[in-house]
Design a protein around this ligand. Structure first.
Ligand SMILES: Nc1ncnc2c1ncn2[C@@H]1O[C@H](COP(=O)(O)OP(=O)(O)OP(=O)(O)O)[C@@H](O)[C@H]1O
Ligand SMILES: [Mg+2]
Length: 253
């Protein structure tokens, strides 16, 4: 698939904040009420503008890490900081502001089937920032970024899987998040379409947004050669700057 978005001009990246990580985990353990230990003593530092793959077998703890980060779940022990704020103990009233820092997409796009592409994106914006002016303009801008400016008035069922995922990405981008999280965003897509989605995430990263992508997509990770954080049994077992899906000599994850 050719990805029109790759040719679009990028806005200047924000300066890297080398000193303080934008996201940090300090000795984070998560035990679900069932007794499952999903994360064990995780330490992690992600800087503004990083692009990180989060890899690991099914059940390794990737989605748990994502859920802790957006405070969808709370840590059992340890501390998590996002842009200097300790989110692991943040009061509920502050969570909406925290969540506005994030753009999030999942494997299932969760689009509203009875709304058009433009309405799906606008809806997200009205939820996060009610009363936004110039709504249509902003919706058109993000749909242009994801290369769907000609599908504004289509309904989700009229789109391919890759296009639906791009609507989900546009929806997550509309409030200009500083951190973009994608949990297995290519899980339901064929290799070419998956590649297009990853190109789009790289483009978003190129604009200065920090990106964290949990994935099983070995081909993509090995082609892109960005930071790879590997989790096994809830522990970070590898963290490499230009990593591959498997460590050299490893047969499976
Ligand atoms: N809400 C929950 N309650 C109890 N256990 C859970 C819950 N969510 C996840 N788990 C367990 O925690 C562990 C980690 O799950 P998690 O969803 O984080 O894995 P994952 O790496 O995202 O896997 P996948 O690649 O299949 O998405 C698994 O053993 C899982 O069964
Ligand atoms: Mg998962």
């Amino acid at each position: 698939m050719s990805v029109a978005v790759a040719e679009r001009p990028a806005v200047a990246s924000q300066p890297r904040q080398a000193l303080r990580p934008v996201i940090s985990f300090h000795g984070v353990t998560k035990v679900y009420p069932s007794g499952t230990v999903a994360l064990r003593d995780v330490d992690l530092a992600i800087h503004q503008g990083d692009f990180c793959f989060l890899v690991g077998a099914s059940g390794a703890g990737k989605s748990t890490l994502v859920r802790l980060l957006i405070r969808d779940e709370t840590t059992s022990t340890g501390r998590i900081f996002v842009e200097g704020n300790e989110i692991s103990r943040m009061p509920h009233r502050k969570l909406p502001k925290l969540r506005r820092k994030f753009g999030i997409v999942f494997q299932d796009y969760k689009l509203l089937s009875n709304r058009t592409v433009a309405q799906n994106v606008a809806f997200a914006m009205q939820v996060t920032r009610p009363g936004q002016r110039h709504l249509r303009e902003k919706v058109e801008e993000v749909l242009w970024i994801v290369g769907l400016e000609d599908k504004l008035d289509m309904f989700p069922e009229q789109l391919s899987g890759g296009e639906q995922q791009r609507v989900a990405i546009a929806r997550a981008l509309v409030h200009r998040p500083r951190i973009f999280i994608a949990d297995e965003p290519t899980g339901n897509l064929d290799p070419d379409t998956s590649w297009g989605i990853v190109q789009l995430l790289l483009q978003i990263n190129h604009r200065g947004t920090t990106v964290l992508m949990a994935t099983h997509n070995r081909e993509v990770v090995d082609l892109v050669r960005r930071r790879v954080i590997a989790i096994e049994g809830g522990r970070v077992i590898r963290d490499e700057a230009e990593g591959s899906y498997l460590r050299e000599g490893e047969a499976t994850l």
